[in-house]
Structures are given as structure tokens and as C-alpha cells.
Design a protein around this ligand. Structure first.
Ligand code: AP5
Ligand code: MG
Ligand code: ZN
Length: 220
């Protein structure tokens, strides 16, 4: 990894591979924020902003929100002080245009991607993970009804907020579209990071703590 005081990590993986779950753990461990474009869109949606309304139509169909909108949102997020020591990108970049944009945005700030982690999960496990997922409406922590249940049903362990099911997790057609998009658009980005020597792969078909240990090993 490049020797820089700022640590920028990109997490890749299909929908349901555990990017959000692992990014939260890394955030706690390294004290650098998770930047999850899907969470940022959902936050805007909840607050009924113009950006949220625009994003909703794409998210409901399982399509990508346009690159210019997404890149501008990430750029604005990176201008906040809490990224002074780095960030963990979750769900971004998702295509080669976004990967180029991220390099440019970071270069403007004197930073660069230090490591890209690919969480590899078998196709069969993904649908079970997505349909059983529940998310905190307050802090967006992620749970699973069977694999990672909260201590008290329907209530977030971290903040006591109510848990809900994402709309795009209820529609199996939308899930299929998201998975197809991932294979069409995101796999070329992974290949690009591999060719740059930045990619490390971890086996995501293991329990959550074990996946975390493997990621931390790849970051050290
Ligand atoms: P986004 O919110 O990023 O959704 P996604 O890509 O579909 O990814 P997920 O959040 O579904 O999966 P995850 O890998 O985070 O899994 P999780 O940790 O929750 O994007 C939503 C939409 O926003 C997109 O469709 C698009 O429209 C738009 N968007 C977002 N980014 C964009 C961009 N850059 N450009 C354009 N548009 C964009 O885990 C899943 C479940 O499995 C959980 O229930 C968890 O508890 C459980 N679990 C996790 N790990 C394990 C394990 N090891 N074993 C067992 N269970 C596990
Ligand atoms: Mg996620
Ligand atoms: Zn919460």
C-alpha cells in the first residue's frame, strides 16, 4: 500500500456481499468514515431533498443513479473535515467513469486509493442475505433476521432506532437487475484495480467476524 497518512479504501462486492456490514466495522476500527453512496441517497430520500427524489426513481428500478449526480455528491462528502485521515468507500465507484472521477477527486486533495478489497460471495447466498436484511432507520446499521439478528426484535442495538426493510430488498426483480448491473458494470472496475496492483480478495462466504479479520490482514 502507498505510504500516506490518509487511508482510502474501496470495498467491492455484489449486492448483499457485506460491504456495508464490513465498512461499519472498519469505520469503528480505524476511525475513518464509511462513505456509502446508497446510504447517502437514502438519507436524502428520507429528508425529501431534490437529490433524494431524483435518486429514488433509479433506486426503485435497481438502476444506477447518473454518474454526474453521484460523483458530485461524493466530492461534496469528501470536503467534510472527518475525511482528513481517509475514508472507506462502500458502493462507489461502480463503473469505470466513477473510478476515474474518484481518482481525480482524490488527486485534487493530494490523496489516492490505497487498497481495493473485493468481497467474494457465492451467488446462491446473496438472495438469502438481501431478503433477510433489516436496516436501522436512524443510523443505517445493518442486521439480518437469521445471520445477524438484533438483540431485541425490530430495534437497533446501537441506537435504539426502529428497523425496516429496504424497498429494493422486497422486489426480487429489482434484486436481479442490481445483480446483473453489478456483473456488467462493476466487474470491469475490479479488473482495473487488479491491473493497478491495488486489489485484494477476501472470501465473503464466512461469518462476519472472520471476513473482517481477513480484510484487516489485507490492509496491514
Ligand atoms: P447500495 O445501498 O449500495 O446497495 P447495493 O449495492 O445493492 O449493496 P447492498 O447494500 O445491497 O449490499 P452490501 O454489500 O452493503 O451488504 P450488507 O452489508 O447490507 O445501493 C442502492 C442503490 O443506490 C443502487 O441500486 C443504485 O440505484 C444507487 N447507488 C448506490 N451507489 C451508487 C453509485 N455509486 N452510482 C450510482 N448509483 C448508486 O449485507 C447484506 C445482508 O447480509 C445483511 O442483512 C447482513 O446482515 C448480512 N451479512 C453480511 N455479511 C454476512 C456474512 N458474512 N454472513 C452472513 N450474513 C451476512
Ligand atoms: Mg450496503
Ligand atoms: Zn441505529
Amino acid at each position: 500500500m502507498p505510504t500516506t497518512s490518509r487511508l482510502f479504501v474501496v470495498l467491492f462486492g455484489a449486492q448483499g456481499s457485506g460491504k456495508g456490514t464490513q465498512a461499519r466495522l472498519l469505520q469503528d476500527r480505524y476511525g475513518i468514515p464509511q462513505i456509502a453512496t446508497g446510504d447517502l441517497f437514502r438519507h436524502n430520500l428520507k429528508n425529501k431533498t431534490e437529490l433524494g427524489q431524483l435518486a429514488q426513481s433509479y433506486m426503485d428500478r435497481g438502476e444506477l443513479v447518473p454518474d454526474d449526480v453521484t460523483n458530485a455528491m461524493v466530492k461534496a462528502r469528501l470536503e467534510r473535515d472527518d475525511t482528513a485521515r481517509g475514508a472507506i468507500f462502500d458502493g462507489y465507484p461502480r463503473n469505470t467513469a466513477q473510478a476515474r472521477a474518484l481518482s481525480e477527486i482524490l488527486a485534487e486533495q493530494g490523496g489516492e486509493v490505497g487498497r481495493a478489497i473485493y468481497i467474494d460471495v457465492s451467488h446462491d447466498a446473496l438472495m438469502d442475505r438481501l431478503t433477510g436484511r433489516r436496516v436501522c432507520r436512524n443510523c443505517q446499521a445493518t442486521y439480518h433476521m437469521i445471520f445477524n439478528p438484533p438483540q431485541s426484535a425490530g430495534v437497533c442495538d446501537r441506537c435504539g432506532g426502529p428497523l425496516y426493510q429496504r424497498d429494493d430488498d422486497k422486489d426480487t426483480d429489482a434484486i436481479d437487475r442490481r445483480l446483473q448491473l453489478y456483473f456488467d458494470e462493476t466487474l470491469p472496475v475490479i479488473d482495473w484495480y487488479r491491473s493497478e496492483g491495488l486489489l485484494a480478495e477476501v472470501d465473503g462466504d464466512q461469518e462476519i467476524a472472520r471476513v473482517q479479520t481477513e480484510i484487516v490482514e489485507k490492509l496491514s
